[in-house]
Each structure stands twice: as C-alpha cells, then as structure tokens.
Write a protein that binds this ligand. Structure first.
Ligand code: C2E
Ligand code: CA
Ligand code: CA
Ligand code: CA
Length: 282
C-alpha cells in the first residue's frame, strides 16, 4: 500500500519508498479534492474538551474527515496540506465553519445544552487568513445560526505567525468580532515567544507531544515551563492528546483549564457526541 500513515508526532510517514507511487497518490488526492466538496464527501467529527477540575464538557473541537468513495476514510493530515497548496482550502475551510456553526446551533437548542457546551473550536489554515471574505463569511454564519462570537474558537498553528502582515490584520479583525483565537500545537513551532504577544491569541493549545511524554522527567519539566509561561502571560490553556489518568492529573495540577484526548473521548460523528455527551446531563 502507498497510503500514508500518521505517526504520533503528526508527521506523515510512508510505508513505501516508491516515490513514483507517492506522487501518483498525491495527484489523485489533488484532483479528487476538487470534486469532493460538491459530492459531499466530507464530514466533521467532534471531540469533547472537559474542564480540568470537574471533567464536565466545556468545549468541542471540530475535525474534518474525508470519506473517499474508493480510498475510504482519508485522515486530514494527508489531504489538508495538499488542499493548502491551492484555493481549495478556502472553500473547504468555509464549509468547515458553516457546518460547525450549524451543528453547534442545533446543540445549543437542546435542553440544558447551552449551559453545558461552552464553545466550539474549528481549525483554520494559515492560508485562509488571506481569504479576503473570511470575516464576512464567519459573521454571516454566526448570524444565520445564532452562534455568539464568544462561543466560537479558531485554532491556528504557528505557521500563521511567519506569514505576512495581512495575516496579522486578519487575526485582528477576527479578534474584533469577538471570536476566540487559539494557537494550536503550541511549543512545536520555532517562533520567538516575545513575538507571540503581537498577535491577538487568547488561548494556547499545548501540543500533545508535551503531554504524552510527561511521565519522563525532562518532558514533565518542559510541560511545567510551558504552562508557567502561558499562565504568567495571561493565556487560557488547553491540553490535547491526554490518553492516561496520569497525564490528566499532571495537566490539571499544572493549572491547564481544559483537557482533550482519547482518555476522555475520541473524535466522533455529531449524533454520537449528542447521544453520549448531550442527552444524559453529563
Ligand atoms: P490538530 O488540530 O492538532 O488536531 C488534533 C489531532 O489529534 C486530531 O487528529 C485528533 O483526532 C488527534 N487526537 C485527539 N486526541 C488524541 C489523543 O489522545 N491521542 C492522539 N494520539 N491523538 C489525539 P486528526 O483529526 O487526524 O487531525 C489531524 C490534523 O489535521 C489536525 O491536528 C489539524 O491540524 C488538521 N485538521 C483537522 N481538521 C481540520 C480542518 O477542518 N481544517 C484544517 N485546516 N485543518 C484540520
Ligand atoms: Ca486543532
Ligand atoms: Ca493540536
Ligand atoms: Ca497538529
């Protein structure tokens, strides 16, 4: 098989060293991506985030899935980077925002749900910050589905910090309409920390790399340092990739506000999340 596999560090590893086959696969993805939206092959999965003290549901991250008619489920790490090379990412990204708002508004109408779910987070590609109509699209989504801006979170990785002044301008516009901005995979990028404060992020999402090896002494120190840094600068923190009780307890003890990971729940389709997390008063 020449399908790529995602490793624990979010890097793509190829089973085969056949470069030609890899290129063929890539071209296939590239061309199939163009029609996949119209043919409704995408869906969003949703992963709960819980309060680090009470373990109650306080947020949800929307994660895209591609159900390819012939290749089966293709993970986002395989097709998002390809979509990012063209304007496909803008259409895809807008679809994600629309769908997440639509779903969230349905959940907000469930009895007790609006007290329960605090926020919904969607991932945004750096390239989308160059989509001049993004703010308007988002504003329209929020109005149409009656989703308050303060319940919306946009997750961006550090790659958006390297890009142009346009990116900063767009982030400021997004911040001005009241949505929360989270810096995803925090700690894995190389941008300088002083630089960070120029950007209107209010949430740092600590990468799973730091959580998952936190049983090791050195890594635990790193996690500790990252948390002190984040909290002393006034950021709210979210930890992802929590798979064990020990990791959960470590993150809670460090004052991280929200926790997300397989230990609590995997990303799942909307109906499953609703049945498991929104109907029994959890
Ligand atoms: P991410 O934003 O850092 O998302 C976290 C990834 O970690 C998700 O992988 C999630 O399923 C996985 N994960 C959650 N809990 C655990 C855990 O306890 N252990 C481990 N090992 N993994 C866990 P997924 O869904 O395959 O997404 C991969 C990446 O694809 C995302 O990383 C994000 O960068 C990108 N992505 C996903 N959906 C979208 C989207 O709608 N738009 C954009 N631009 N990118 C997306
Ligand atoms: Ca994310
Ligand atoms: Ca992440
Ligand atoms: Ca990632």
């Amino acid at each position: 098989t020449y399908r790529a596999k995602t490793s624990g560090r979010n890097q793509v590893q190829y089973y085969s060293h056949d470069f030609h086959q890899q290129m063929q696969y890539r071209h296939r993805i590239e061309s199939d991506l163009k029609t996949a939206l119209v043919e409704q092959q995408f869906s969003l999965y949703y992963q709960p985030q819980v309060d680090a003290k009470t373990y109650r549901l306080v947020g949800i991250e929307a994660l895209i899935r591609w159900h390819h008619p012939e290749l089966g489920m293709i993970p986002p790490d395989e097709f998002i980077p390809i979509a990012e090379e063209s304007d496909v990412i803008n259409r895809l990204g807008r679809w994600v925002l629309t769908t997440a708002c639509q779903q969230f508004s349905q959940w907000l109408q469930l009895p007790h749900a609006s007290e329960l779910i605090f926020s919904i987070a969607a991932n945004l590609s750096a390239r989308q910050l160059k989509d001049a109509g993004l703010v308007q699209h988002l504003t329209e989504c929020m109005q149409r589905y009656q989703v308050p801006a303060e319940r919306l979170e946009l997750e961006l990785t550090e790659s958006c910090l390297e890009s142009s002044l346009d990116a900063l301008d767009m982030l400021q516009q997004l911040s001005e309409i009241g949505v929360n901005l989270a810096l995803d995979d925090f700690g894995t990028g190389y941008s300088s920390l002083s630089y960070l404060k120029k950007f209107p992020f209010n949430i740092l999402k600590i990468d799973k790399l730091f959580v998952q090896h936190s049983e090791e002494h050195e890594q635990a120190n790193l996690l500790h340092a990252i948390c002190s840094f984040a909290h002393s600068l006034g950021y709210e923190t979210v930890a992802e990739g929590i798979e064990t009780e020990a990791q959960r307890d470590m993150c809670s003890a460090l004052g991280i506000k929200r926790l997300q990971g397989y230990y609590f729940a995997r990303p799942m389709p909307a109906d499953e999340l609703q049945a498991q997390w929104l109907t029994h008063g959890r």
